[in-house]
Design a protein around this ligand. Structure first.
Ligand SMILES: Nc1ncnc2c1ncn2[C@@H]1O[C@H](COP(=O)(O)OP(=O)(O)O)[C@@H](O)[C@H]1O
Ligand SMILES: [Mg+2]
Length: 261
């Protein structure tokens, strides 16, 4: 028996939305998985499933934004019951504050924690540079492109050093080129931060490119169909995406996603 507690354990998670008209929507039925901690390394775990299957619902349950109808979410062995600073979420819609500058947005979480201005500023500089926005620190979100706004959201989340970063199709609204750039950025960041990123997507190529582990999800009401450990590619760059090893992995995931039940 392994002695270490899993970092995250989701056990028999069920979520049913109670419709006001009396029609319930069962979104999640029996989602069960564990993610072990790998000390000192960041890890990206991808949830890959068709639109509407219940992926966002799982993330919201892990975030503590939604109660489980049945089952539980355990973080370091402790039952999740509401939101907490140990988890940070990045949504597809850009969620930075429009009235704050990039710097103020990124500092926001530290301000809430009562960290003194100088240390806040220093930390913010680091994260703003990490997402490539050093020249835009004093701009407001409306002056930025979609990709840049999403960089702000990522920096704003990471500065709080959450153990779990929950990302819900964060690059879904970006054009392909920007999206590839952001995927590269995320890999760089993940290599430096000792956190675990739960990343939701319906894009097979994005899953292979980013993931250490992919959970292939069933259509609604969703559950885990397969767990696939993605090969550790020597270098993850754009050329990789057209390589045979990468294509094989994409094909494997596609087959699992669309296998006839
Ligand atoms: N607040 C809600 N109230 C009722 N039904 C919802 C709500 N949020 C999501 N759903 C339904 O739950 C199912 C799963 O949604 P979601 O988790 O957003 O899927 P995904 O993120 O995989 O696209 C969908 O059928 C959706 O319509
Ligand atoms: Mg969703």
């Amino acid at each position: 028996m392994s002695a270490a507690l899993p970092k995250l354990a989701v056990r028999d998670l069920h979520v049913t939305y109670r419709g006001r008209d009396g029609k319930d929507v069962e979104a999640v039925r029996g989602v069960d998985f564990e993610i072990a901690d790998k000390p000192g390394i960041g890890e990206i775990v991808v949830f890959l499933g068709p639109s509407g299957c219940g992926k966002s619902t799982i993330l919201k349950a892990v975030a503590g934004l939604l109660p489980a109808s049945r089952g539980e979410v355990l973080l370091d062995g402790k039952k999740v019951d509401g939101v907490g600073r140990d988890r940070g979420m990045v949504f597809q819609a850009y969620t930075s504050f429009g009235w704050l500058t990039v710097r103020q947005n990124v500092e926001y979480g530290l301000r809430l924690q009562g960290i003194p201005p100088e240390r806040r500023r220093e930390e913010a500089e680091k994260y703003i540079a990490a997402v490539g926005l050093a020249d835009f620190a004093d701009k407001h979100p409306k002056e930025l492109s979609g990709g840049m706004k999403q960089r702000v959201a990522i920096a704003r989340t990471l500065i709080n050093k959450p153990k779990l970063v929950l990302m819900d199709e964060p690059f879904g609204a970006l054009d392909p080129q920007t999206r590839w750039g952001m995927q590269g950025l995320l890999l760089d960041i993940s290599a430096k931060e000792d956190n675990t990123i739960l990343f939701v997507t319906h894009d097979v190529s994005e899953a292979v490119y980013l993931a250490d582990t992919v959970f292939v999800m069933a259509p609604r009401p969703t559950h885990v169909l397969h767990r696939v450990d993605v090969p550790t590619f020597e270098r993850r760059d754009l050329a990789l995406k057209s390589s045979p090893a990468f294509r094989d992995c994409e094909k494997q995931l596609l087959d699992l996603l669309y296998a006839k039940a």
